[in-house]
Design a binder for this molecule. Structure first.
Ligand SMILES: *Cc1c(COP(=O)(O)O)cnc(C)c1O
Length: 309
């Protein structure tokens, strides 16, 4: 898949120089970090000669939309286990439906059991199901962002710039783990700052660290240190999917001035959190890269919030 663009943001040239990497511009199913991960998972699926795919996530899940799309394109069945608590119709849930995925709803506490049952059932019917963890978590998902880290290095090299900070929305921590592994492998000096959109510490940071260790171990690189992981849980508002007026204001500002769509669950929240973090830590005169991790369909869901009375 194509290298995504990185460019300088005009609007935010106040105390620092801001760049953005447009992972939302990946040319498949509205893009985003879940495309990066899913492409690698589907390569693995093909190598395993699997004939159906099972994953989980809510109706608003970008991951589920993309997995459903890739499965439909291959002509294989896609089963999505979905917590019934988060079943409000969204642009993503409507696309998942249109793509013909089978959605199996259950209470969030039973998701694990329902997944194993479905996998057992499919195997018993002589199918070869391929399972993808929610959000595309796991070493394959981590690999996707090790690759992206390399793209960032290539950009720095060709444009003769060094990013002192990389900020992005952190959810399951897989994207962050990939970037951190890239940094460790290349022995680079910079800060990678995940702005948590839901999880609190110490759990949030631990999951990123476990993913980093898992990946590096699988590549035969030994590493054990928490110092390298900056997972900020100060800007989660009231948890996953919640937002405030300042986040909406940020989304409006960035759309008006840069023409870049952000959403209130992931990128808008992270962008707002990044601004607050930079201010409270008095960061100035640095090169800052924000990774736009996608979620474009959520931008359209959020538009309701901006409707004129
Ligand atoms: C899933 C998602 C994230 C979080 O990525 P993780 O790898 O789970 O941390 C961030 N932004 C968007 C738009 C997403 O869909």
């Amino acid at each position: 898949m194509n290298v995504t663009p990185i460019y300088h943001m005009n609007y935010l040239c106040r105390d620092n120089i801001y760049y953005i990497k447009r992972e939302d511009a990946l040319p498949y199913s509205f893009g985003g970090n879940k495309v990066r991960k899913a492409l690698l998972f589907f390569e693995d699926l093909k190598q395993n000669d699997s004939d159906c795919v099972v994953t989980y996530g809510s109706g608003s899940s970008n991951h589920c939309r993309i997995v459903a799309n890739m499965a439909a394109a291959m002509g294989i069945p896609c089963y999505i286990i979905s917590p019934s608590e988060a079943s409000k119709p969204t642009a993503n849930s409507k696309m998942i439906h249109m793509l013909g995925a089978t959605i199996i709803q259950c209470p969030v506490t039973e998701v694990g059991i329902v997944i194993s049952k479905k996998l057992d059932e499919l195997s018993a019917q002589k199918h070869r199901p391929y399972f993808i963890q929610g959000g595309g978590h796991g070493n394959i998902g981590t690999q996707a962002y090790v690759n992206v880290y390399q793209e960032i290095l290539d950009y720095e090299c060709s444009e003769n710039v060094h990013f002192d900070y990389i900020f992005h929305a952190s959810g399951t921590g897989t994207t962050q783990a990939g970037l951190v592994c890239g940094k460790i492998i290349n022995k680079d000096d910079r800060e990678i700052i995940g702005i948590s959109i839901a999880r609190k510490n110490p759990y949030g940071i631990q999951v990123v660290l476990d993913s980093v260790n898992d990946y590096l171990k699988s590549r035969g690189i030994d590493y054990e240190d928490t110092a390298d992981i900056t997972f900020i849980d100060d800007y989660i508002v009231n948890g996953y999917g919640t937002h405030n007026d300042e986040i909406l204001k940020t989304i409006r500002e960035i759309f008006v001035n840069e023409g870049i769509p952000l959403d209130a669950t992931y990128t808008g929240k992270a962008f707002w959190g990044m601004n607050k973090f930079i201010k409270s830590n008095r960061i100035t005169e640095k090169n800052i890269l924000f990774i736009h991790t996608g979620g474009i369909p959520l931008f359209f869901d959020d538009l309701e919030e901006f409707s004129i009375e």
